[in-house]
Design a protein around this ligand. Structure first.
Ligand code: GRF
Length: 208
């Protein structure tokens, strides 16, 4: 059994997808947030999952917030820390502390469009495909070895919201699979390349 701690800042739909996947080798040890009012916290709490919030506004600096987050997270003895819409830029010390066991999901096909407003930027650039990326986190924002990517078409007349919804549906399939791949010990990082990840829903297909 692998202990997984999930960090969220908002609705937590990716967190919900991971929880609802009921991955066989995964125990969701806690859902934590930098926003006490994050809707996803109440959802997790209602399902008997441990939750806690540490308000980043109570800290003077990014470093001080991250320094307080680490012992909170480590109290749950995580094998894996999953960022699921955790809207904080992390300090190098935090990234180093969780090196190789910290995952993020980003709503673009990295290395295109790191940072915010990815769907607006994909539309403005005239992209014909968009998507999402799950990657191990390194100190550089939205970089780090790629675990999985999913692509969707950009359709004529799409708004950023249309595209976000199409990408989000893929996120919800890819993220549980990536966590399952990690928990099963399949993922190997060699330099910047990750091997061993299975296509989304591979577990379900194997069981079917
Ligand atoms: C997702 O689009 C994710 O890729 C990005 O933030 C959004 C979080 O959504 N990092 P949710 O909170 O998981 O619903």
């Amino acid at each position: 059994m692998k202990n997984v701690v999930i960090l969220i800042s908002g609705r937590g739909s990716n967190m919900q997808a991971i929880v609802e996947a009921r991955l066989p080798e995964v125990r969701i040890a806690a859902v934590l947030s930098n926003r006490p009012d994050a809707a996803g916290l109440a959802w997790a709490q209602a399902r008997g999952i441990e939750t806690a919030a540490l308000n980043h506004k109570d800290f003077d600096s990014r470093e001080a917030f991250d320094r307080a987050m680490m012992p909170l997270i480590d109290g749950y003895r995580p094998d894996l820390v999953v960022l699921a819409g955790f809207m904080r830029i992390l300090t190098p010390a935090f990234c180093t502390h969780y090196e190789g066991r910290l995952m993020n999901i980003h709503p673009s096909l990295l290395p295109a469009f790191p940072g915010l407003h990815t769907h607006e930027r994909a539309l403005a650039a005239g992209c014909r495909v968009a998507g999402c990326t799950i990657h191990f986190v390194t100190a550089e924002l939205d970089c780090g070895p790629v675990i999985a990517q999913g692509a969707v078409p950009v359709l004529d007349g799409d708004t950023a919201d249309d595209l976000a919804a199409r990408v989000l549906a893929v996120e919800h399939k890819l993220y549980p699979q990536a966590v399952a791949d990690f928990a099963a010990g399949r993922l190997k990082i060699r330099q910047n390349r990750v091997t061993g990840s299975l296509p989304p829903d591979a577990g379900a297909q194997l069981l079917a």
